[in-house]
Design a protein around this ligand. Structure first.
Ligand code: CMC
Length: 377
């Protein structure tokens, strides 16, 4: 052992049948199915079945998943009580961490092969309740339990906004849920795997994953990208902004670049299409125009380094058009990704479990003679 893989680049932490990425060609498949086909044709609940049970469901299997979700939305009232007591400007991801951590006290289930997947579906349902209510609490609205509808996406929007969403909004929300559902082993999934490898409970694994997701280099990028659009503010200022912030000051262009994709992230293309469909207000249309031009400039400048738009470049415009403020963007990512985190930890614990315990290459002094305190200078 003589080399450190900085950032664990090109280290395989597990085998997986869940998600395949070809970073050179810009291909993403869940269980062998192309992401574009899945987003175009499936409900998120079908992806839940695909990720947890290995294939797309039959009609009756789908019904069973939906029934399990609909009966699992409940969360203990104490969780809402605590969330309501947090400061008004509490970080939304921090609130979700708090809630998951409370649920790990309520539901500290041991790992059991015939139960794990159904427990995972309970967690997915409760995540919808938590994320919609984090929005409500931060907006000063009373928490409410979801009233089950025909789809996970619809129930989520209805709970958050207390109104019936349009079919177009449900379609965009459903697409968002599928696009972010899994992406192999980014930092958050790896954090969940490390925790799962100790056989800690599933909710604690979700807390680990969320903590890693929160940073601006990972899940926080959608919010940071949208901040850029707001900071630019007007199409006429894009070039000056890019020249100053990115070229002269050498800041990172948020929503660009990826450890695995060395071309256009296929998810960015899908989000762009949905952003074009759903951005209806003059403000949303303005942000879309700014993003489109910023993308052109970014590609012109960074293509040589193989840095292209990633999933977070257009997702913020979709979230914003659905009615969510920026502080919710990372929790919306988490709402979807909770599926990938759970599917990966279950795959790992059930099929390839071993404690994750890497080594650090020691480079300090090998041996030193001890000097008592009074003789140290
Ligand atoms: N803007 C400017 N330069 C960049 C960018 C960027 N967005 N991304 C990478 N680079 C440069 C970086 O400065 C470095 O240049 P040099 O070799 O001259 O020092 C080189 O590319 C390699 O950077 P790295 O950080 O070692 O590469 P990485 O593989 O760790 O990068 C990344 C992955 C996502 C951390 C990075 O691209 C980045 O910081 N992007 C901006 C944040 C972002 O959009 N994150 C979302 C990622 S996708 C969704 C998710 O994971 O949640």
């Amino acid at each position: 052992m003589s080399e450190v893989s900085k950032g664990l680049e090109n280290v395989f932490i597990k085998a997986t049948s869940l998600t395949y990425i070809d970073g050179e060609a810009g291909i993403l498949r869940y269980g062998g199915y192309d992401i574009n086909d899945l987003v175009e044709n499936c409900e998120y609940e079908e992806i839940i079945h695909l990720m947890l049970f290995g294939d797309l469901p039959t009609a009756s299997q789908l019904q069973k998943i939906k029934e399990k979700i609909n009966e699992s939305y409940n969360v203990p009232y104490q969780v809402f009580e605590v969330l309501e007591k947090l400061p008004h400007d509490a970080d939304a991801v921090g609130m979700l961490e708090t809630a998951f951590s409370m649920l790990s006290s309520f539901y500290n289930y041991p790992w059991k092969k015939d139960e794990n997947k159904w427990r995972a579906i309970e967690i997915i349902a409760k995540t919808s309740t938590l994320v919609s209510n984090i929005y409500r609490i931060k907006e000063g609205l009373r928490p409410r339990l979801p009233e089950p509808s025909d789809s996970y996406a619809r129930t989520f929007l209805e709970t958050a906004f207390s109104r019936k969403p349009s079919d177009e909004e449900v379609k965009a929300m459903n697409a968002t849920l599928i696009i972010y559902a899994d992406h192999e082993v980014p930092a958050s999934t790896t954090a969940a795997l490390v925790t799962a490898s100790t056989l800690s409970d599933m909710y604690s694994c979700m807390v680990s994953a969320l903590a890693a997701l929160k940073g601006p280099l990972h899940g926080g990028a959608a919010e940071a990208t949208f901040e850029q659009l707001k900071e630019i503010g007007d199409e006429s200022k894009i070039e000056e902004w890019f020249d100053r912030k990115i070229i002269k000051e050498k800041n990172r262009l948020m929503g660009f670049g990826h450890r695995v994709y060395k071309t256009y992230d296929p998810r960015a293309k899908i989000f762009k299409k949905y952003a074009e469909e759903i951005a209806k207000t003059p403000e949303a249309k303005k942000y879309l125009r700014i993003a489109t031009k910023l993308e052109e400039l970014g590609i012109k400048h960074f293509a040589e380094k193989r840095i292209y738009p990633n999933v977070d470049f257009y997702s913020g415009i979709v979230f914003y058009s659905l009615g969510f403020p920026e502080y919710m963007f990372t929790t919306l990512f988490a709402l979807s990704r909770v599926l990938g985190w759970l599917a990966h930890i279950i795959e790992y614990v059930e099929e390839q479990h071993r404690l994750i315990r890497p080594r650090a290459l020691y480079v300090g002094p090998i041996k030193r003679d001890f000097i008592p305190l009074k003789y140290r200078e």
